[in-house]
Design a protein around this ligand. Structure first.
Ligand SMILES: NC(=O)c1ccc[n+]([C@@H]2O[C@H](COP(=O)([O-])OP(=O)(O)OC[C@H]3O[C@@H](n4cnc5c(N)ncnc54)[C@H](OP(=O)(O)O)[C@@H]3O)[C@@H](O)[C@H]2O)c1
Length: 260
């Protein structure tokens, strides 16, 4: 006799970039184990409470400004006590949830980035308030096919968000400059996009290395910037414009915003 495993009901509140992205990966990779239901603004109060009442895992994927309303009006009222709450919301620490839901809320904070879309995400995971190690484990199980997860203490989550959560935009801003420089040289838009995509993927794979060979980022730069060559001149120009400080200042701005 075969015993069928129970399907775990997951509710995602907010179907924007992050909510949709995780919902899609969970549905595609863990079919038959989890069933994903979204709560959007289009749902009636009754639909919202019905979905929440049945949820074993509630994922919060709304903007920080909308969080209070969601916690006050719904999660507090309808969520079962045994539900694990997984919040993707940046810049709001567990003390704010404790005020709304009480110290016993089983809150796990996950700070993702959008590379989850291609199953290359890198996210932090943090156990807070009344969450048990099993709650963290259950979130790891549901998200592990979508993203790499690293355990992180809560005091470091904002710093992590400023570096890793925002990182796709940092890379993409740089990519956009290269793409437009290629176009300025007369390379067609499609080819310029291919050039940028191939280079980013290729560089990523080179940084990752292989079991046989692993080179540091510095080594990889030196392989392109041979002495006396054009790349060396370009790197010197970046240095004289204080490129490192520009990037670090951007990260600091993001961090200060999260802390404010
Ligand atoms: N995007 C990232 O790269 C990233 C990275 C790390 C963490 N995060 C965090 O992830 C969270 C979501 O970000 P996002 O980029 O996905 O934002 P988003 O695209 O704006 O999505 C948020 C969604 O929540 C919906 N929403 C707001 N209030 C709602 C309510 N009461 N009921 C149901 N739906 C509601 C919004 O609907 P409306 O549009 O109608 O308001 C919107 O569809 C944020 O807290 C952010 O800090 C994002």
């Amino acid at each position: 006799m075969t015993t069928s495993k129970q399907v775990v009901p997951v509710v995602i509140i907010g179907k924007g970039t992050i909510g949709k992205l995780f919902g899609k990966v969970i549905e595609e990779t863990t079919r038959n184990e989890y069933v994903v239901n979204y709560i959007t603004r289009a749902d009636s109060a009754e639909e919202r409470s019905d979905k929440l009442k049945n949820a074993a895992i509630i994922m919060l994927a709304v903007k920080p400004k909308d969080l209070d309303g969601v916690l006050d009006e719904e999660v507090k009222e309808y969520a079962q006590e045994r539900a694990t709450i997984c919040s993707f919301v940046a810049g709001v620490d567990s003390s704010a949830y404790a005020q709304k839901l009480g110290e016993s809320a089983r809150l796990v904070r996950v700070m993702p980035n959008t590379t989850t879309e291609v199953e290359l995400g890198f996210a932090s995971i943090t156990r807070t308030l009344g969450a048990e190690p099993e709650d963290v484990q259950s979130i790891k199980e549901v998200l592990s096919s979508a993203t790499t997860l690293v355990d992180l203490e809560e005091s470091k989550v904002d710093e992590f968000t400023a570096v890793a959560g925002c990182a796709p935009a940092y890379f993409l801003r740089f990519a956009k400059v290269l793409q437009s420089a290629a176009e300025d040289l007369g390379i067609g838009a499609e080819d310029a996009t291919t050039f940028v995509a191939n280079t980013m993927i290729g560089v990523g794979l080179m940084v990752q290395g292989s079991p046989d060979e692993h080179k540091s980022i510095e080594q990889l730069i030196n392989e392109v910037a041979s002495e006396g060559g054009a790349t060396e001149k370009a790197i010197q120009s970046l240095d004289s414009s204080d490129f490192n400080a520009v990037i670090k200042n951007a990260i600091t701005s993001a961090y200060q915003h999260l802390k404010s």
